[in-house]
Design a protein around this ligand. Structure first.
Ligand SMILES: [Ca+2]
Ligand SMILES: [Ca+2]
Length: 186
């Protein structure tokens, strides 16, 4: 008799504990409250805990970046070498470059006479676009006649770690010593 009571207490405790877990970790797994009818079977233990809103809980219990999540890719900033590859100045009379970035079909604004432009302009992509296809990036110095190429075109394909970290710095892209992109989940 004593043994049966102990078993009853254990199963009651397990039931309460399971309920507390599923209540504390919403948003991942099936939380259908049910409307009438027999109570649904208890959900399996939630190994994900709480995933970020741009993630989904995989069948193996891992929080993975959802391929359909959307991200704003911002062309943040760049640092540009003091001269063109041949050692000459970017513009007449030793002038600094006037850089802009071509990001796929979108072009940033042009920053006048600077080796350290900052734009914070970009486009929205799905995680799948970024991680699988990547984005095409080129930098130019805007000129009246013909733009001087600074770096690229190149395909930048961030990793999941880059998206989670929110930032990616590409180095030595032609005459761009650095090109920094940021990623913000939408
Ligand atoms: Ca120029
Ligand atoms: Ca200039």
């Amino acid at each position: 008799m004593k043994t049966r009571i102990t078993h009853f207490k254990q199963s009651l405790f397990a039931g309460l504990f399971g309920l507390a877990l599923s209540t504390a970790a919403p948003g991942c797994g099936n939380t259908d409250p049910g409307t009438g009818g027999p109570p649904p079977p208890p959900p399996p233990p939630n190994k994900c805990g709480s995933c970020a809103r741009y993630e989904s809980c995989t069948s193996s219990g891992m929080c993975a970046i959802n391929a359909n999540s959307t991200w704003f890719l911002s062309i943040d900033s760049a640092t540009i070498t003091s001269t063109k590859p041949d050692g000459s100045a970017w513009d007449a009379l030793g002038g600094a470059p006037d850089p802009f970035v071509q990001l796929d079909s979108k072009r940033t604004s042009t920053k006048q006479d600077t080796f350290t432009p900052t734009w914070q302009e970009g486009s929205t992509y799905t995680a799948n676009n970024l991680l699988v296809q990547g984005v095409s990036v080129s930098l130019f110095d805007e000129d009246v006649a013909a733009n001087d190429p600074i770096g690229g075109p190149t395909t930048i394909r961030p990793t999941e770690a880059d998206l989670r970290g929110g930032i990616l710095t590409v180095r030595n892209l032609g005459q761009a010593q650095t090109l920094t992109l940021t990623f913000t989940p939408q």
